[in-house]
Design a protein around this ligand. Structure first.
Ligand SMILES: CC(C)(COP(=O)(O)OP(=O)(O)OC[C@H]1O[C@@H](n2cnc3c(N)ncnc32)[C@H](O)[C@@H]1OP(=O)(O)O)[C@@H](O)C(=O)NCCC(=O)NCCS
Length: 156
């Protein structure tokens, strides 16, 4: 597990695309994350392949929060705790040493993600509080599921 570099942007885009459930953002956005937000993003590499990716950042008005944007694990590597370990690795980074809460949004139908984040809170011995974040009506086209906010913490 390591910081991404801009050389990873393409592979990250391909991994996110392969999940078929995550919103696929532009290739440019993954290059941007890899270049400017690499201290709060994680790449897991296995034999030269990007097996996992986490994107995250500190919201400018809430520096004590680490907001996790996307978590992706290649299908071949699932259920081996890679998702869990990437999140714990992120929280152990110097860039997160002052983070008191991890926030993440999740679609209600994504049981794997829900279970992962609730288990993370359990393993950290802290709370996981749910609140409305982005209802479907805010997305264009009326097809996007709502995004529920999970707030995990306090972390320290
Ligand atoms: C969600 C995802 C990141 C989980 O990654 P992973 O490496 O397979 O997860 P882990 O092995 O670390 O699982 C840790 C815990 O999460 C829960 N979990 C993970 N996958 C699960 C699944 N398919 N069904 C139910 N629970 C699941 C379990 O509690 C698991 O602990 P256990 O294996 O001891 O029961 C992965 O399935 C994925 O990339 N999915 C597609 C993209 C996605 O939905 N991302 C999250 C969007 S918010």
């Amino acid at each position: 597990m390591r910081f991404p570099s801009k050389e990873d942007g393409k592979g990250i885009w391909e991994l996110v695309k392969s999940t078929r459930v995550l919103d696929l953002n532009s290739a440019y956005s993954y290059l941007l994350l890899s270049k400017y937000f690499n201290e709060t993003c994680v790449v897991a590499e296995a034999d030269g392949i990007i097996a996992g990716f986490v994107s995250a950042f500190h919201p400018p008005q809430q520096p004590e929060v680490i907001f996790v944007w996307q978590v992706a694990v290649d299908e071949a590597f699932r259920r081996h705790r890679l998702g869990m370990n990437m999140l714990k690795h992120l929280l152990a980074r110097k860039a997160c040493s002052n983070s008191r809460y991890l926030e993440i949004t999740v679609n209600p139908s994504n049981h794997a993600a829900y279970n992962l984040y609730r288990k993370l809170a359990d393993e950290l011995g802290t709370s996981c509080v749910e609140e409305e974040c982005f209802p479907s009506r805010l997305f264009p086209g009326g097809q996007h599921e709502e995004e529920i906010m999970l707030r995990i913490g306090p972390l320290m």
